[in-house]
Every structure is written in C-alpha cells, then in structure tokens.
Design a protein around this ligand. Sequence first.
Ligand SMILES: *Cc1c(COP(=O)(O)O)cnc(C)c1O
Length: 379
Amino acid sequence: MARNKIWLSAPHMGGSEQEYIQEAFDTNWITSMGSNLIFFEQRLENYLGSGHVAALNSGTAAIHLGLILLGVEVGDVVLCQSMTFAASANPILYLGATPVFIDSEIETWNLCPIALEEAIIEIIAKGKKPKVIIAVHLYGIPYKIDAVRSIADKYEIPILEDSAEALGSSYKGQQCGTFGDVAVFSFNGSKIITTSGGGAIVTRSLALKNKAVFLATQAKDNAPHYQHSEIGYNYRMSNICAGIGRGQMEVLEQRIALRREMHDFYVDLFANIEEVKVFSVPNSDYFANYWLTAILIAPDVVKGIDREVLRLAFEKADIESRPLWKPMHLQPIFCDYPYYGENIAESLFRDGLCLPSGSNLTNEDRSRIQAVVFELFGQ
Ligand SMILES: *Cc1c(COP(=O)(O)O)cnc(C)c1O
C-alpha cells in the first residue's frame, strides 16, 4: 500500500474558511474590498495588540512596500540578515538598492548584533548611512530584539521586521510583528496559517497603513478619471483569500499549540542522541511558535552521519525534510554584495535540517519519523 508523503509544513484548514468564502460570493465582494478583508485585518490587529494591518497578496509584496514606506531608493544601502529566505532580500533589488548581508549569532540564528554594528560603522565611515535594517525571526524564534533595537536607535536606522515565520511568537510578552518600524507577515501555503497565498504589512500609524493600501491598489489619486502621481502596485489581498485568513484566525492558537507539540516531540526524540541539538529559544523571554523545528547535526566521522545522510534517510521513507535557508551571501544572485560576520550562518547551513512540523501531523506520522531516526542513530 502506498504511504502518504509526510510534508515539512502543509496547509491546515480550520473548517469555517469556506463559509467566509461563500459570504464573499453571496455578497459579490470578490476582489479587493469586502467584509472578509475588514474582519481579517481587525482580527490580526486585535491579536497583535498594537499596530495597523493592511492585508496584501504576499509577504514579498509586504516587504517591497515596507521598504518603500521606509524611504528606500535607488543606490541606498539596506542591511539584511543573510540567513533567511530569499524573499527577505529580493525587494532590495527591486528598488535598485544595495543589500549588505549580516551574519547570524548562535543563540537565535538571527541578526548578530556585533556584525550588524560593525557593518553600520564601516558603511557610515565610507560616507553612506544604511537606510533600513531587515531583521528576521527565523523559524519563529524572535531575534535579539533589545540588542538590535538599541543599535537601530543609536544610529537612527529603522527596522523592517520580517515576521513572516513568526505569527504568534513573542518576546517579553509582546507579539512579533510589533517591534519593527514596519513589520510583515506571510500567509503562503507553508506558513503557520495560510490564505492560500498572501501577506500583511503592519504599520505604526493609520496614515501609513492607508499609504500602504494606496500603493497596493495602483496609487490612484482622488479624481473621477484614473490619475497617478506615484508608482503604484497591484498588491492588495482579495476578499476571497481574506475569507480563508478570517477562518484561519479562529484556529491560530490551536495551530501554535500543535506546532509547539511537534517541537516537544523532537526534543524528546533526540534527547539521548548526542550528535543532534534541537533549535530552541535561549531563555524564557522568548516564546516561539516553532513554525518549523530545526536541528543541528554534528557531523559524525565515526558513524558517517551528517545532515545529508539524515535527509536522504527521511526521503527514502517519503518524509520531507530540508536544509536550513542557504545564506543569501552564498547565493549566486547575491554573492557579489558585501557580507559582515564570522561564517556562523554558513556552518548552520552545513549542519542544519528542518523537520516535518505541520500542525496536522498524526501519531502515525510521528512513528514513521521516529523509526527513521532510531534506525539511523541506533536506539
Ligand atoms: C515566506 C517568507 C517570506 C515571503 O512570503 P511570501 O508570502 O511567500 O511572499 C518572506 N520572508 C520570510 C523569512 C519567509 O519565510
């Protein structure tokens, strides 16, 4: 009998999404206005506790508009965490700005404050002040919020908080998505909740939210004809997709609890396997949604096991796992841009693996995962 494939992170519907889509059909609010959009944005704002939310059609679009709202123009320097998904960095190039990549530190795998400040000092010395810092909460673990914020404030550089993977994570009781001068979320199919495809931008003022919506809907001036004084984009979320998001918000807390259970499962699974460390928050200031559970495998020359051996063993058993994000400064498209750091991101990429972490994994799935691990490491 064919086994089902176990995915890294699959969509997990809650049940009421279709009702809200039906409501959009019934009222014929099918495109970029309607009650699903209003409710979805409101639910997100209530959940975050502060900030104004505009729903967009992707997280990438949110980063693009975020950089525009923070004033990034052709030739500007934008500092960006190297260890991230390419969507954090691509919008820098859309704007003709120059990315400068910053290493990770080992506790949260996010922006290294030391490398960040070193880069800022050196770039300022060359006569160009960086325009924005893009900080990411990788795999749902918050970056070193206090350290990064104090550097940003010291040099007066705004933070674009890439919270795409971190809806539901928090730091000292404050939600991720409320720390940046602008923040973004993604609701693509693999994220903790999904709108099939979508994203959101979080701003600190209603005026800035309205500006984001204006830019996202083709920057139409107030006139009876179509008149434009600024470059517009077609980035608004549809009322259909927002219906999915509205339904997903009702189960967000459950999804977070289930992802965190998967993380607990892996902590137990690897408890007696010395070569493997499960990536976890450094202390109780940090609360992670554990969107993906990731591990580091110390390459074992005696047993011949490394992250690729484990990945292939999973693959043979129809279980998807994936190396960590390959750092941006090692990517063919970005390797000619400056990089500051000590190659921490590079070693994380060499030894790190993301494991199936979906909120809809079953006990049977967990048994299959456990069997592969026990067979390889011997238990
Ligand atoms: C998913 C993701 C994005 C992009 O979001 P999309 O909705 O897929 O465009 C950006 N940054 C990070 C860190 C992500 O994981």
